[in-house]
Design a protein around this ligand. Structure first.
Ligand code: IVH
Length: 336
């Protein structure tokens, strides 16, 4: 089913529908973390959990203990780390026509044509926020519900491309995707089966399980790809100014200079394109290389590159209006 790009949450009408929604979401998450195939894709899962969160906000005394929002009766969040700025999702397009319509709506919204886009791979992993203080990696937080995530700092040191020390003593948050390359996935399954565990179904499930696993007898490496760099409350003012006014493409150069891995050194680096035709040509090129890439992608992310365009477009509660995911077909058995 084509996701409804205008809907930000599933609508839950009563307590029975709420209980069913919680059961569906918990079942989908359990299947996902067990390494099987989830009955819900990412977007459907997000919509369901947002619907659950909306209902819980209106009925704080009826929150079920196992709710995937991590809330407890009364609305408090249990054990979660609040995000500095919400970690949003992306809206999707599936065809050149839908992409062109998106560029037109973006131009209408900001009152001018966008003439600088950044186009890069949509990495098929898990979003993570990496907090650096004075250049040292201090905390890793999963996306969670977008407002607060789980502390997975125990994974520091196991994620290639996410250095424990930056090249400069910067206080910043790096956001990006953690995944397993094909080689890392094969290695992880060898190690896991040697320890008596069942193999993971695909690299994404392997990365999800590995990221959250706290007391495993073994560690297996994963890979990070940065796609965002943002200031935190005590970022040095000149750096904060630079981070909020730079083009996405410049931020990715800065991330590389700091020692963070991005798509820049892969076969499908983010590139700047100046009109929708050039974007679509790049989409085709990336899609054509997909099968040969040593990591999974499930689409192409297109962003308005300039900070001024991003700020003029703003964000909705679910996704920024200045970026879109051009989705590629799901590969058989999700072996992307
Ligand atoms: S930019 C949403 N760039 O896709 C704020 N996201 O399905 C801007 N993703 O939650 C995100 N590759 O975790 C961006 N090159 C890329 C990405 C990317 C994968 C993830 C991200 C997001 C999800 C939405």
């Amino acid at each position: 089913m084509m996701p409804d790009m205008t809907t930000s949450a599933a609508v839950i009408v009563d307590a029975a529908a709420y209980a069913q929604a919680v059961e569906d979401a918990v079942g989908a998450a359990a299947a996902y973390y067990a390494g099987g195939t989830s009955p819900l894709d990412d977007d459907a899962y997000d919509l369901l959990v947002r619907g659950i969160a909306t209902w819980e906000a209106e009925h704080p005394d009826q929150v079920l203990p196992g709710s995937p929002t991590g809330k407890v009766a009364g609305g408090a969040v249990e054990g979660d780390v609040p995000h500095t700025v919400p970690m949003l999702s992306l809206d999707n397009v599936f065809s050149p026509e839908e992409f062109t319509a998106w560029t037109a709506s973006l131009a209408r919204r900001i009152g001018r044509e966008v003439t600088q886009f950044s186009v890069g791979p949509k990495l098929d992993g898990l979003a993570i926020a990496a907090r650096y203080r004075g250049g040292r990696l201090t905390q890793l937080v999963t996306r969670g519900d977008g407002t607060a995530g789980e502390d997975v700092s125990h994974a520091i040191g196991t994620i290639e491309g996410l250095p424990e020390t930056l090249a400069e003593p910067a206080t910043v948050e790096v956001r990006g995707e953690v995944l397993m390359t094909t080689a890392q996935f094969e290695h992880a399954n060898e190690v896991r089966t040697a320890h008596g565990g069942g193999p993971f179904a695909n690299p994404r499930n392997a990365a999800a399980g590995t990221l959250r696993a706290k007391e495993r007898a073994y560690t297996v490496p994963m890979t990070f790809f940065g796609y965002g760099l943002l200031p935190v409350s005590d970022t040095e003012p000149a750096l904060a100014e630079r981070l909020t006014t730079s083009a996405h493409s410049d931020l990715m150069h800065l991330a590389t200079e700091l020692g963070v891995h991005t798509s820049g050194r892969t076969a499908v680096p983010d590139v700047v394109a100046h009109d929708p035709e050039a974007v679509l040509a790049r989409v085709k090129e990336i899609a054509a290389t997909r099968a040969e890439l040593p990591f999974g992608i499930d689409g192409i992310v297109i962003k308005a590159d300039l900070a001024a365009d991003q700020q003029a477009a703003g964000s909705g509660s679910r996704a920024p209006r200045w970026a879109i995911a051009y989705k590629l077909p799901v590969l058989p058995q999700n072996q992307s």
